[in-house]
Design a binder for this molecule. Structure first.
Ligand SMILES: [Zn+2]
Length: 97
């Protein structure tokens, strides 16, 4: 499954509900899922980590749909030619803490 496949699938399954909910409430759901991922990373099983990663990506895709953002296009534009900072495929930006 590509990001584009997922975005299309999420649009098909949930678009009416997602657009009614709107950006602020959808963003809160994403934040909640990020919190659940934090918990799984700290003390979850591998299966729980997998599930929470899936939820975070699904809610990020949902938020993109609600805002008419094509994630594949956005990713290609930003990262498709390498690091947005130095432009190289193997980043050579200074590592700062
Ligand atoms: Zn770089």
């Amino acid at each position: 499954m590509t990001i584009d496949d997922l975005q299309t699938l999420i649009e098909k399954m949930y678009s009416d509900k997602d657009r009614r909910r709107g950006t602020p409430a959808t963003f809160l759901w994403l934040c909640e899922e990020v919190g659940e991922l934090a918990g799984a990373l700290r003390e979850g099983t591998h299966a729980q980590k997998c599930s929470e990663f899936a939820d975070v990506v699904a809610w990020l895709v949902t938020l993109a749909n609600v805002n008419d953002v094509n994630l594949t296009q956005a990713l290609e534009e930003k990262y498709g030619k390498g690091c947005p900072g130095c432009g190289k495929l193997v980043c050579s930006c200074d590592s700062k803490p």
